[in-house]
Design a protein around this ligand. Sequence first.
Ligand code: BG6
Length: 521
Amino acid sequence: MSTTQPSPKASNDARKDPAQVVIFGASGDLTLHKLMPALASLAGKDRPSSGFSVIGVSRSPKSDEDYRREVGERMPPELKDAFARLAPRVFFVQADVEDAADVAALAARLDELPGGRSAGRLYYLSLKPDLFAPATAALKHAGLLEQAEGGAPFRRVIVEKPFGRDLESAQALNHALHSSLREDQLYRIDHYLGKETVQNLLGFRFHNAIFEPIWNRHHVEHIQITVAEQLGMENGRAGYYDTTGAARDMLQNHMLQVLALVAMEPPTSLDAWALRSQKVNLLRSLHVPGPELALRNSLRARYTAGESDGEPVPGYLEEKGVPADSSTETFVAIRAEIDSWRWAGVPILLRHGKRMPQKFTEVRVQFRVPPLQLFNRPDGLTDDEFREKLREGSLCQIRPNVLTLGIQPRETIQLSFGVKTPGVAMVMSPAELAFDYRDHFGQTSAPAYERLLLDALQGDATLFVHAEEIEASWRFIDAFRRAWDRPEAPPLAEYPAGTWGPDGADELFHGCEGGWSRGQG
Ligand code: BG6
């Protein structure tokens, strides 16, 4: 990264002062369903050991007690005890983040709460994206962001997605935020990076030396990443979703982050700077296609009425809050290329859809088939016919080795290979080596937000997204978006809810490359 320096670690992280976690959007869904349970779980485990208090901020009036009750009622049963320990350290401040007097009053209240000015402060902007810049400016104006370089106590801001809606708006937002704080104070969250199995992509690649020599264009035929969801527009999400769509909601952020970890060059350490530099390099090397190639190598679609788990569900256009003339996609599939010596010519297939038959996220690395095929020649073909069919790609009877990294819900690693079927004939059958996190470790991993909040409290930005990663991702996605807006772009395809997407999605695969994964069974 040209402009990026190693981020200084705040020197107070080792001190024992409790921090203040200040959440803007105190009563929003994200806060009540994800952030508060994550904070309660951390408090229950005494992490970080220096402790923290939580200050919810929103516009509607309520007392500390009201807020504790509101949060407590939404707490999952298994976290009720942990929350009981945290509750006395949960406070509420009524403030409109766009109102300078309110923010000044907030500053005064924070000074009175445990730790006061000497507490490290982590501000979480669980707000509408158009408030990220004004909120940060207001915090700066009230003196709430002052932190000496590398000094104590820390002042950090977590920003939720979506971060911009294209390259231009993301650059403008980065610019606006940088006028209030330094990059090392800014933690852009992508909750996929908090998932254990996503972090294991690094562990798997860089701790197991046997894979690195084959992790390149010489041995990998293609890489496929799927994020399939069963959800549609539950919980009144349509208003947000219709202005966003599948490519902006999942592909630009979560999926490209996963791809970056799968395909980047090895980092020299696990420092934020070292890791994020390699991700930036990878994201910048994604080939940005012109309109014709972008249209040829992508497919967008929207679900129509169908079934989910055996129940009838409406089509996207019938969902509450979706405008009748909506052109928002709920499914996107892209065939991409990476312009690097490691990956040139290796197709990268990315697919995401709502209302698919099952929820799963998975990375599949499909390896090349042997150069000479000795087995499983179909009856009735001469040797020459067999060779000819293989050469022209009309016979795909060899099953390539596939390494499948299951991210969720099943957290698995599977390697498929061929074995000789017992008997006199040399007939090969598919077999598999499989690892399952739950079977092996007997426990489920901590939720993503828990890990990320802990990291942010401890000043570790490794699993947060740098400005340059965001911009490189948008540069790539914008090329497709611009192509989809052109008059010659085909109309949105359709697929019935509860199916694997539109007809034609498999056409993004060529020759014997196969097709889209149907999940983890
Ligand atoms: C969010 C998207 O970032 O990720 C949602 O806005 C999506 O549309 C969600 O449903 C999926 O997250 P997960 O962790 O359930 O895969």
